[in-house]
Design a protein around this ligand. Structure first.
Ligand code: ZN
Length: 453
């Protein structure tokens, strides 16, 4: 397969009349200053596609159902209540249908891959499925159908709080001790043989609330390769609980008690002191930012300016999937900093284009967090690529060096014309090639699910 782009981003540089060849899902040749050949797939603007580093696909089905204020109830917990009611009724077929829709929407938004932070493992009431990895297998099937690049992150979730409270109700579907988690992880690993070669597996201790320090240490001992993802410091209550129990704030405690390095992705990391922010930036771990979900849940504002000043790695995830929009994730992060500091152009180290800094940083950080050889258009990397329509009104008239600012601040997903996941060309003309079937199945699953609520 050959692609010809009028403008293409290589590293931080724009090149014109670029031709790239892909074999076995990887970039095998790059030429510049070349006219298109008759068989080339021609695009306006070609970029490395981002990884969506944090997703819980099933929550997509709750979008629009939790925006009602209930007198006297704290808002984050009303959202959690509905999530648990959903879990009383969610079947494997629903799970697969929702995941396929979410993966398709991600690819249409310009994400080539996803880190699925997967914590619903069992049947209602907590009984395991006959096949322990049943719901992970459904995630695999949805990834296979849509062609998205998957890094599957089975979650160890054992407790209902830092004091190791037992899980109850809907949470029983998440529950594993370490021994059963390892069996589940092995079942997922053996499922990889049915998947494309770019599929990866990691581990995800859910949070310092849902795992004990002892289990976390043993989990890391048992899984010494692949990505490690954890939710951390999302809400002030969590910070207070962890501080009371473990004697340190969550990020502070984790950095002191685990070998946090480039394998790690700390999801949210919203509430950090300046010292924690600098220490996380220096650790080489990726901060997994989810600005749309963090705004929706009222979590707080990430300390982005200090983090980028200190060279911190970052990427974006759509988390609750209430809205899947790469452009909105980028601008929501920057705007959160502007609103807090009453200044403009903040998420950029030293000087330069905010859009290009955010996009290229998230491309590198997202690929690192998912363990994918991607994040930049270069020889040998996976062909995770996204193409934009330069004639779209949101981008028309912009020079190449302004295009990512146009994408970040002015555009929506409809500027995306094509998306390739490890060379799989699944979005063409702005639409996923399986859109109709995937949407039809989603509608039927949701009709069934909502009628049961
Ligand atoms: Zn999450």
């Amino acid at each position: 397969m050959q692609i010809h782009a009028k403008h293409m981003l290589m590293g931080q540089n724009w090149v014109t009349d670029a031709r790239i060849s892909c074999d076995d899902g990887r970039i095998s040749a790059i030429e510049t200053g070349q006219p298109p050949a008759a068989t080339d797939h021609r695009v306006d603007v070609l970029l490395p596609a981002l990884a969506n580093l944090h997703s819980h696909t099933f929550q997509r089905a709750m979008a629009g159902m939790t925006e009602v204020r209930v007198a006297g109830k704290e808002s984050f917990w009303t959202w959690r209540d509905l999530m648990y009611r959903f879990l009383d009724h969610l079947t494997p077929d629903h799970y697969e249908a929702i995941a396929a829709l979410v993966f398709m929407e991600m690819q249409e938004a310009g994400f080539a891959s996803v880190g699925e932070f997967h914590y619903v493992h069992h049947q209602q009431g907590g009984t395991p499925y006959a096949q322990l990895s049943e719901l992970s297998d459904r995630v695999f099937a949805a990834a296979h159908e849509t062609g998205i690049g998957l890094t599957h992150l089975p979650v160890l979730y054992s407790y209902g709080g830092v004091n190791q409270e037992p899980l109850v109700g809907g949470q029983l579907r998440f529950s594993n001790d370490l021994a059963r988690f390892q069996r589940l992880h092995e079942a997922c690993t053996s499922g990889l043989r049915h998947m494309p070669a770019d599929t990866q597996i990691g581990v995800a201790p859910h949070s310092l609330r849902a795992t004990s320090p002892q289990d976390l240490a043993q989990l890391l001992q048992a899984n010494q390769t692949g990505p490690v993802h954890i939710h951390i410091s999302e809400q002030m209550q969590e910070v207070a609980d962890v501080q009371a129990k473990l004697g340190a704030r969550p990020v502070e405690w984790l950095l002191a008690n685990a070998d946090v390095d480039a394998r790690w992705c700390l999801i949210h990391a919203t509430h950090m002191t300046e010292a924690e922010t600098v220490a996380l930036a220096k650790s080489r771990a990726v901060a997994g930012l989810c600005p749309i979900t963090e705004s929706n849940l009222g979590d707080g504002i990430f300390n982005g300016t200090t983090y980028v000043e200190n060279g911190g790695a970052f990427g974006f995830g759509s988390d609750s999937n209430v809205r899947i929009s790469l452009t909105e994730e980028l601008r929501t992060l920057e705007y959160s900093q502007r609103l807090r500091d009453q200044q403009r152009t903040l998420m950029v180290a030293c000087a330069g284009s905010v859009g290009q800094f955010l996009f290229t940083g998230a491309a590198r950080g997202g690929a690192q967090a998912l363990g994918r050889a991607a994040g930049e258009i270069k020889l040998g990397n996976l062909a995770d690529l996204v193409a934009l329509d330069h004639s779209h009104p949101a981008l028309f008239g912009l020079r190449p060096d302004q295009l990512l600012d146009g994408l970040c601040f002015a555009a929506g997903s409809d500027v995306v014309t094509d998306c390739w996941s490890a060379g799989r060309h699944v979005v063409r003309g702005g639409r996923h090639i399986k859109r109709e079937a995937v949407v039809a199945r989603y509608r039927s699953a949701i009709t069934d699910l909502v009628s049961a609520l």
